[in-house]
Design a protein around this ligand. Sequence first.
Ligand code: GLC
Length: 737
Amino acid sequence: MNKRTRAGLRLVGVLAMGLAAPLALAAASASQPWMNPKFSPDKRADLLVSKMTQAEKLHMIRSYFGSPGGPKGFPMPKGALGSAGYVPAIPRLGIPALQESDAGMGVANPHGARPGDGATSLPSGLATAATWTPQIAYKGGKMIGHEAWSKGFNILLAGGIDLVRDPRNGRNFEYAGEDPLLAGEMVGSFIKGIQSQHVISTIKHYAVNDQETARTTVSAVISKKAMRESDLLAFEIAIAKGDPGSVMCSYNKVNGDWACENKYLLTDVLKDDWKYPGFVMSDWGGTHSSAKAVNAGLDQESAGEQFDDKEWFDKPLKQDLADGKVSEKRLDDMVHRILRSMFAVGLFEHPPTKQPVNRAADKRVAQHTLEAGAVLLRNEHDTLPLASSTASVAVIGAHADKGVLAGGGSSVVVPWGGNAVPGLKPTEWPGPIMYQRSAPMAAIASIVGKSKVHFAEGDDIAKAVALAKRSKVAVVFAQKWAGESFDWVNLKLDDNQDQLIEAVAKANPNTIVVLETNGPVDMPWLDQVGAVLEAWYPGSGGGPAIANILFGKVNPSGRLPVTWPRSLDQLPRKDLPGAGGHGTPDKSVDYNIEGADVGYRWFIAKDKQPLFSFGYGLSYTQFSHGTPKVAAHGHQVKVTVPVQNTGKRAGADVVQVYVKAPGADAPHLAGFDKVSLKAGASQGVTVSLHPKLLAEFDTASDDWRIAGGDYQVYVGSDAEHLGQPVNVHLAAGKLAP
Ligand code: GLC
């Protein structure tokens, strides 16, 4: 064959291959028009549903527990990966399987269902919220979304946003604090990050699941107005910003009706008022009926074969369809919503591709999140930052020579190499007590030199004191484990940690405490120590992040996303009956006590002085705020405030804008921005106020209204320390949608 012929044949081959793809697409589009990415997600879902049998539709509206074991000890379903949930593919229609993984800190590995598999853990959701930087939340979501996708998952059950109404709630570490605007903005960005990786994010737990005690039976009692202006407002802001493919309804009841069959929540608010286009999945064991749940707005039963008292979306639903209690139209709508989310997030065009992840890069994302989210609570006489020339450092307690603590339950991430401190009880649910492999001691040693750093575990106080005595500086790590399915009985540190800290502080005037907690804890020794850093549950980059802050390589800029009470007496509910398994849980919890005045709004309205306020956090430099200028155009209000770094080193400040409406009992956060400034630099920071935070929810007209009148606008360094108010007059009226 001569060269020309070969070349000609090559050209034909190339042309044929070049045409193959469009031809294949054309063929697919012809026989499977829903595969055409040029159509809208809704159109594609309509086209696909129209070709499905009833059996295929019923296949889509329930998931299976995707790991071996579970409450009934079933084997892992064929095709599952070893995770929380799984819906088999429908090859005939080109529908990929749904592989669902937990959750908010990273890709969980439930009870080692994927032996040897590890993942990167972000720090607590509270730590991400404490950065007050949506872009950081986005990057964190993108990182765990990519790890999920690289492990074969296309749904992450991540996007926890229940408000912190009680600092004892065992799952606060999975959430974003007490304020609906901060939580909404941060979790909305987090969701965007996850879904940028073609993994559906699941905002949860909808709704008012604000305690773990009796979580599957307790009824949250709260007025519609208060609920819309607090817990639901957080969801509304996050859904508007992040467009999550799914919502997970919660275990609890709301005003007497299970959340997963609560028409007001699932249809009236979520689907009708907010026009939510995605699908509602139940929590694992949260489905309690078929027709009632489906007609209230539940679209998918999660793992009912193991977790529900009946497989409601199997035979009972088929019977309800046959009896006309559920319409075929509603069944189509359920399937449409699931498929629409799959098309919208790109699950058809971008199926997960199993591949190794860049562990070092992902760990840096976790580290940078904590560096920006750790909160410096106390720093007397500039105890911090420490000099890297410090002659000797005692590192004490909380297994700081091995790792950092993580929260327990379904969200726990298993590090590569396994638990840094295995065997701590409880080893079974809601355990294991997991320590991420990021030892603060090694990170400190890398700064000051290995020979200068020595460790003592906190359980031998005498030994710890002796080490502190002979060290220039003593850093005590104190931890308090929390986890899903139980609440703390109180805020006290356990295992004699208070005594340890007091003894070390007596032995060394340069004592620093680093907290690894679910949130606020009692600190009876606070005035005896030089500095306190809240490091939350620090995540896979916790060690270096903590060390970099202690030694000033990073200037702390975290601000509290929760109020830090002086005592439980200050809370709307001093007692939490049944917490930690002590006492009998109440059948309901009355959130109308505080209503929408969650956290700092409660403290201000009741004139209570917290230990540390929402929005509080120290820096190694200082900032000043000039007189704010307020510009209102209709209900769009912008506030510009001069900010100056008056200290000696670069740092970041969070400009917080609070608004007090006429007649309101407390101001609340209406906008914020974080600004980085070099020493001496100043900048005009403009913050747009979220209109919904200027309005109130009017249940009579079922919409948001501006009352009208003079609104007081404050710029604060935290909720308690507000500058002089600037008045702005707003006209009364319905808020533009
Ligand atoms: C749980 C949790 C939920 C989790 C689900 C799957 O019990 O409440 O957050 O995503 O089960 O593990």
